[in-house]
Design a protein around this ligand. Structure first.
Ligand code: GCB
Length: 595
């Protein structure tokens, strides 16, 4: 008995010394295909601006109640404010509008546990740090505001009533990803769905099923089991195509896939065909709609299913401006993506972090190709050693969530970073890691460090030598003056690769007809003229293969302080914060129609 107690003590000591042991597991693929109980809905909260609740004295996570007549407790979850999950906290209570600190969330739920199942708490995303407590015990923690994570709670779950407490902190930090400064609103909270997932004892945790990049008749990938019955027969079937493929997992629960798949309709923007794919092991089965397409680069061409394409896209933040909140529901994604379709897009650049997987799925159904990106943004502290691990973890979380989406054609590693030995080596490592996880898609990083000389712009950043596609953010006509009035800028690249202009544009306030010649007038005409001139410049760039104007709709950014025109908003939308079309919208729509 004493020995057992000693062992427990030692384990607890290790957990204190190495809290990493409590870090979240990477989440299972295809959360929608699982058996789960939704924990969305109304949660009770305690607002904790001074982080008092983490200390031993207050210890909100204990959710203590007075035990006798002389006892008292200086907090309670019941009787205080409440928040809806999923959703950011800033938009739900006026007091929290600019809040950047801790909130404790609590909800109870009742569950019938069964001996034959395992249970996992799955979080779609919590911005930015999360600590999870189940029935008073710490389950674990997670850092990163835009990717899913899970904890197995089979042994901690009670048959009947359970209490779940989540501490969320959205303070911006220097060693965060993104770091201290970013040009969008820092919506905090449990911003995506929470589910209690039940699986068989050995379950299909992860699978990757995509066409080989160089052979559209071959499906490749893997199936990974988690549990004690590692070696099992695996079947992949696609009933509509009469396709059945069998294999076995090895002693690590891993099976590599490679099988022919013929006579299918390839996924394209014009025909975004998806097939029901059933993945079965002996102990588990899961189903998902998957599309099949190839995407690769040939010289300066981007080839979708072997044919050269031009990416007509738009940048989108995960925000509903009319509600001044994070987009968190399918009806929100529909508003944003319907606008993109109306503009004439075949592609969307989802910035500056992975959006909800339902957004990606909706884009896929609508025939929109997707650029998905890590939140590695300007000002990232690449020299900090801890960044390496954080970036790799986020990359894995992003890819394993969306690796089966045909719509995703590009993984983007970073935005507007500047050459330095730590940056260069970090991006190289990330590139290699991406390719080792998924060699069926293109990889890029958006850069804004071109060198201007007269009317010439040189693309020289050496990270382009290993990226598949070059992506440039350039604000000619806004942050950077046009060098000469009647002469277009010539773009010269050291690299024989396709180029995407991933950002360009300027600011204007809808309905503002001030001086069209002055940037500082925030006039609609000034912005429309930027786009006209940009599109004129594009004509002479033979290796330009895609464009995404910055951006679909005005968005909240507290650093944008002009008292008349900005008022805390970045006004570079083609649409106003109420969805009104600026003149620039029509210029962009016209360009997409003609190209
Ligand atoms: C950029 C950034 C984007 C900003 C934008 C702007 O280069 O990538 O996040 O919001 O410029 O409006 O300045």
């Amino acid at each position: 008995m004493n020995k057992t107690i000693d062992k427990i003590k030692i384990t607890l000591l290790w957990l204190q010394i190495f809290p990493i042991l409590l870090h979240a597991q990477s989440a299972m693929t295809n959360i929608e295909g699982r058996q789960s109980t939704s924990l969305n809905g109304i949660w009770n909260i305690i607002i904790d601006p001074f982080d008092a609740g983490s200390g031993n004295w207050a210890a909100y996570y204990k959710d203590r109640k007075p035990t006798n007549d002389s006892d008292f407790v200086e907090y309670a979850f019941e009787g205080g404010p409440q928040l809806y999950v999923p959703g950011d906290f800033n938009s739900q209570l006026p007091d929290l509008k600019y809040y950047e600190s801790s909130i404790w969330y609590k909800r109870t739920f009742s569950i019938q546990t069964t001996a034959n199942n395992r249970f996992f708490l799955h979080f779609g995303a919590v911005n930015y740090r999360a600590e999870i407590y189940l029935n008073g015990a710490k389950i674990g923690e997670h850092e990163g505001g835009f990717t899913p994570f899970q904890f197995e709670v089979t042994d901690q779950l009670k048959n009947g009533d359970n209490s779940l407490i989540v501490k969320v902190n959205n303070q911006r930090v220097k060693d965060g990803i993104p770091g201290l400064g970013f040009d969008w609103f820092n919506y905090g909270g449990i911003t995506r769905d929470v589910d209690l997932v039940s699986t068989p004892k050995t379950y299909i945790k992860d699978y990757f099923i995509q066409l080989s990049q160089n052979n559209e008749n071959i499906v490749k990938g893997y199936v990974k089991l988690d549990g004690s019955t590692k070696q099992q027969e695996i079947r992949i079937s696609i009933p509509e195509l009469g396709a059945n493929f069998r294999t076995r997992t090895n002693e690590d629960g891993m099976a590599t896939l490679r099988f022919p798949l013929k006579n299918k309709s390839l996924w394209t923007p014009a025909n975004p065909k998806l097939y029901d794919v059933i993945v079965s092991a002996q102990t588990d089965t899961i189903q998902e709609k998957i599309g099949f397409r190839t995407i690769r680069v040939d010289g300066t061409d981007i080839l979708l299913n072997g044919k050269s394409i031009f990416l007509k896209g738009i940048n989108i933040h995960e925000e509903i401006p009319q509600r001044q909140s994070r987009a968190y529901h399918e009806s929100d994604y529909k508003i944003l993506l319907d606008w993109a379709k109306e503009l004439g897009c075949n592609y969307v650049r989802l910035v500056h972090y992975p959006h909800h997987e339902k957004m990606v799925k909706m884009a896929e159904k609508m025939g929109l190709m997707v650029w998905e990106k890590l939140p590695v943004y300007q000002g990232i502290d690449f020299a900090n050693e801890s960044m390496k691990e954080k970036m790799s973890l986020m990359l894995k979380e992003m890819i394993s969530r969306d690796q089966n989406r045909a719509a995703i054609i590009i993984w983007s590693l970073s935005n507007e970073t500047y050459s330095s030995p730590p940056r260069d080596s970090a991006l190289k490592r990330l590139y290699q890691l991406t390719k080792s996880l998924d060699d069926t898609r293109l990889v890029t990083s958006a850069l804004n460090n071109m060198r201007f000389e007269g009317n010439k712009a040189y693309i020289e950043d050496e990270v382009n030598s290993f990226m598949d596609v070059m992506a440039i953010n350039q604000y000619l006509g806004w942050y950077k003056q046009w060098p000469e009035a009647n002469k277009e800028v010539e773009w010269i690249s050291k690299f024989n690769k396709p180029l995407i202009f991933s950002e360009f544009g300027g600011e204007a306030v809808f309905g503002n007809n001030n001086n069209p010649e002055r940037a500082s007038s925030w006039s609609e005409d000034y912005l429309a003229n930027i786009y006209k001139r940009q599109f004129n410049m594009f004509k002479s760039i033979s290796y330009l293969r895609g464009v995404t104007p910055w951006l679909l709709v005005d968005f909240r950014s507290p650093g944008r302080a002009h008292p008349l025109y900005q008022k805390g908003w970045n006004r570079k939308g083609l649409l106003s914060d109420r969805g009104e079309k600026k003149k620039a919208w029509y210029i962009v729509a016209g360009y997409f129609k003609d190209n």
